[in-house]
Each structure stands twice: as C-alpha cells, then as structure tokens.
Design a protein around this ligand. Structure first.
Ligand code: SAM
Ligand code: SF4
Length: 347
C-alpha cells in the first residue's frame, strides 16, 4: 500500500468531523450554561419563571467534558449563553479551561452572549481567558425603558459593563430585539450609539418561543419594515459576510459600521446551517425550530471515563439534524412556535 493510501486509513477512536445528512459540517456549538437570569425581559421570560432544579443541571465539569468532546469532533467556535451565562456560579472556571483549547489550536473562538450586568466584574478575566469578542444585548438607551423591558435590569450597570469591556480590549457587538411600540423609533439612535463607540449592531426579530405574560402579536415588528425605515436616513449596502446562521449584514455609509439583521423565522439560511445547541441540562437541540433533542446528561453520567462513547453519541445525534426548521406561525407571530424559552437553548 502506498503512503498516500496509508494516510487515509482511519485511526481507531480518532474523533471524526460532524457532517449531517445534508452534507453540512457542524463547527459551531452554542451552550446555555444556565437557565437562570438576573433580568426578566418581557419577550423572553415570564416575571414568575420556574427554573430547573439545580440537580438537573450539568456540573461545570460535565459541561467542560462535553464541550471538549465537541471540540475534538470539529467545533471551532463555541458560544456560551443562557439565561445569563455570567450568573452561573464559578463560570469563569469553565471559561478559563475552554479558553486553553484556543491556545492549543483546537478552537478558533470562545465567545459569550450576555446581558452585560456582570461585565464590569468579569471583563478583564474574560480577556485573560482568551475571549476576544462578546455580544451584549441592549434594546434601549433610555434607563426607564430599560427597566420596563428587562423588568429587573439596571441600565447604568450595563453601561459600566460596556466600558469595562472596552478597557479590557473585548470587541463588543450589540444585539437589540426590534419591538413594535417599544424601540421602533429608537433604532437610528441605537445604531449611532453602537457605531460611534466602535461596536457593530445586530437587530433581532422577536420570536414566539416559550410562554411569556405579554401579548406577542403587539410586539412583533418585521425587520423588513425596520430596514425600509432606516433607509430613509442611512445608506445600507448588503455585504456577503455570513456566520452560517440567520444573520445578514449591511454596511452603513453614514457611520462606517456594520449592521446585522437576524430573521430566524426565514428559511434562507438553513442550507448553510453549521450549528447545534446544548442546554444546561445536557440536551442537544439540532435545530432552534425543532423540539427533537438528544440527552447527553445520561451518556455523560453512564460513561464517566469513556469519551469514545460520547463521540459516538454525538455522531448519532448529528445524523438526526433536520434539513430546515418548521416554525409554523400565523401572520401576527403571536402563537408559541416552540414550547421552550430562548433562555433554555440560548437563542
Ligand atoms: N442573557 C443573555 C442576553 O440577554 O444576552 C443571553 C441569553 S438571551 C436568551 C440571548 C438573546 O436572545 C438576547 O439577545 C435576547 O434579546 C434574545 N431573545 C430572547 N428571547 C427572544 C425572543 N423571544 N425573540 C428574539 N430574541 C430573543
Ligand atoms: Fe435574561 Fe437574556 Fe432572557 Fe433577558 S434575554 S431575560 S437577559 S436570558
């Protein structure tokens, strides 16, 4: 046998890349490290949320083992989210250990989606752990309205968090959910604020995920309308940048920054989907728009020392990834499309 053929022989138990039945390679894992949060954003949670019992959560060690198994199987980008990821006790231990995989060349990026409330405390540690970019959710620049939408949040704490992130050298992207009758007219101001401070902005279309106690149909604001309105004052130019997800980007001539539009209910990104989502209880969701999942908590606990079993369980889960999501909605986007809250799967 010549050397070329020998090179192609599979090595026993060497983790193989994750390719789903539609030929898509999975390189991006989003992990919800907790379902808890110090805010109660009206579109995300009911005020009186029942959280999971602590015993149902994966320990930080279990989360780390599972994330490492995914990295060994070809995940290059890992995003920690929640709930509020920085509210999970000792989360920095997990972040530091995962950050080491960047140093080894096994991972390209470790990042976070956060509400910013704890950033003043954690920004330096995040940078030291290898995090370079984070997403911070911010729906309004009005402290009063901020309290209204988050119910429990303190706007000034988030501003202090953004400043700490800047000082620590973390690149920030702001995420804002576009909400009719709430921040519709504030979007130009949010755009200028972001771009004036060296941050990109991404707008998210509100999705009917999980029961909340507000009327979703009155909140729904299509981003197609937001874009039309913005174009009255800004020159938006589509750019081919893609994250393999539902975000589409434009440059804004007047500010020189980038603006993203996330319309998760459209189907036009499914063909290039590169991601799967893990909950804090170890359920792997193959698609944001499907309830089908694979239970990794059981696999982890039944096989504490055998990563080969874990790798095989990942392969059989990826083999079930659906071709596209099946959100079914009425035109007002008010019905719950998927029963779980965004804080379960982390968006
Ligand atoms: N707590 C962190 C935060 O707020 O950034 C991370 C978790 S949060 C679930 C992630 C993102 O999902 C946030 O940007 C939030 O605004 C968004 N989100 C939550 N519920 C949503 C919904 N029903 N529709 C659209 N976006 C939603
Ligand atoms: Fe918490 Fe984020 Fe949900 Fe707001 S959007 S309630 S900050 S998890």
């Amino acid at each position: 046998m010549n050397q070329h053929l020998l090179d192609k022989q599979p090595v026993a138990d060497q983790p193989t890349p994750m390719i789903d039945p539609f030929g898509r390679q999975i390189t991006y894992l989003r992990v919800s490290v907790t379902d808890r949060c110090d805010f109660r954003c009206t579109y995300c949670m009911a005020e009186n949320m029942t959280f999971l019992p602590k015993r149902d959560l994966l320990t930080l060690e279990e989360l780390e083992r599972l994330c490492n198994a995914f990295i060994d199987k070809g995940v290059r980008k890992l995003r920690l989210t929640g709930g509020e990821p920085l509210m999970r006790k000792n989360v920095m231990q997990l972040i530091r250990n995962l950050g080491k995989r960047i140093g080894e060349g096994a991972l390209d990026e470790l990042t976070l989606t956060t509400n910013g409330s704890q950033l003043a405390r954690f920004a330096d540690d995040l940078h030291a752990a290898g995090v370079r970019r984070i997403n911070v959710s911010l729906d309004t620049l009005d402290p009063q309205k901020f309290r209204e939408i988050t119910r429990w949040g303190d706007f000034h704490k988030v501003m202090a968090g953004l400043e700490a992130a800047r000082k620590a050298g973390l690149k920030v992207k702001l995420n804002a959910v576009a909400l009719a009758g709430f921040n519709e007219h504030e979007i130009p101001e949010l755009l200028r604020f972001a771009h004036d401070n060296g941050m990109d902005l991404t707008l998210i279309e509100a999705m009917p995920l999980g029961e909340v106690d507000t009327d979703r149909s009155s909140q729904y604001l299509p981003l197609s309308k937001v874009r039309r309105d913005l174009e009255e004052n800004f020159t938006l130019t589509d750019i081919p940048m893609t994250t393999g997800g539902p975000a589409r980007f434009v440059t804004v001539a007047e500010t020189g920054g980038k603006l993203g539009f996330i319309t998760p209910l459209s189907h036009n990104f499914c063909a290039s989907c590169n991601r799967v989502r893990l909950t804090c209880t170890g359920m792997l969701y193959l698609c944001l728009g499907h309830d089908d999942n694979a239970d990794f908590r059981k696999v982890l606990r039944d096989n504490p020392d055998d990563d080969a079993v874990l790798h095989r369980a990942i392969d059989s889960a990826i083999a079930r990834k659906p071709e596209e999501h099946n959100f079914e909605l009425d035109e007002t986007h008010s019905r719950v499309a998927v029963a779980r809250h965004m804080s379960m799967t982390g968006g």
